[in-house]
Design a protein around this ligand. Structure first.
Ligand code: ATP
Length: 240
């Protein structure tokens, strides 16, 4: 699918409280890409990924996901297009068991019970959580929580999966495991966008990079091109 656009932002500005945090972002994400949003602390990375996923209030400017405008789409329509994984997975847990956590998005969409069971069981197996189906999500280990949050975002089969700092607080081995999973999803046709501080991870895994500085896009393009420009990275407060 590479080459086709899946997310487009035009003149995207976002305020939180009274402060404008993103100033006129223009951006295109290619279908099938794994795009990493990088930048110094406070550059606006979290705000940007949330705006792209429709998690923050309607911004100024325009974002289209797969041709639809999140400001206009119903939350359900949007969730079907972009799955969002918070930096702290616990922020998104609402159910009392792992099974119900996964089933929730499907129940909201009135998927028949028999199909819910099949899809949840598939997801439990895929994420190595089958033996934890009846456990409370808060009792999982850190890695299990992360996998559950990804599974919850994926179960409605969104076209785009957006993850804020997916490897935060995880050791190298676990981070690598998660990245393998993201690459696998990508080969199945899901577009991935992440925020991360880990430039080594970006160099190894991301096809595209967006460099943010002060709420503006400083540069964006293929990782192989951008990461040759040490000056650009240094200017954005980053070092490889
Ligand atoms: P970090 O790498 O430190 O997580 P970031 O690049 O993800 O930062 P954001 O979290 O998007 O940046 O925040 C961008 C700026 O907006 C920061 O200066 C932050 O202090 C400010 N900000 C974030 N949320 C709010 C809010 N609710 N109200 C006011 N200012 C906010």
């Amino acid at each position: 699918h590479t080459g086709q656009e899946i997310i487009r932002a035009r003149g995207l500005s976002v305020k939180k409280r009274r402060t404008e945090i993103l100033h006129g972002i223009d951006l295109v994400l290619e279908a099938g890409s794994l795009t990493a949003i990088v930048g110094a602390n406070g550059a606006g990375k979290t705000t940007l990924i949330q705006a792209l996923a429709g998690v923050v209030p309607p911004p100024r400017g325009q974002v289209t996901v797969d041709g639809i405008d999140p400001g206009v789409a119903s939350p359900r329509d949007l969730a079907a297009r972009v799955g969002f994984v918070f930096q702290n997975p616990e922020h998104q847990f609402i159910a009392h068991t792992v099974f119900d956590e996964l089933a929730h998005g499907l129940r909201l969409r009135q998927v028949p019970d028999a199909e819910i069971t099949v899809r949840v069981d598939d997801m439990l197996t895929r994420f190595g959580l089958a033996h934890k189906a009846e456990v409370h999500p808060f009792l999982l280990s850190g890695g299990e929580k992360r996998r559950l949050s990804v599974g919850t975002a994926l179960i409605t089969r969104p076209r785009v999966l957006a993850l804020d700092e997916p490897t935060f607080g995880q050791d190298r081995a676990r981070a690598a495991e998660l990245l393998d999973l993201l690459q696998e999803l990508r080969t199945e046709g899901t577009t991935i966008v992440i925020v991360t501080h880990d430039l080594q991870l970006v160099a190894e895994h991301a096809s595209h990079v967006v460099v943010l500085a002060g709420g503006r896009v400083r540069a964006s393009g293929p990782t192989s091109t951008l990461f040759q420009d040490e000056r650009l990275l240094a200017d954005a407060g980053l070092c490889l």
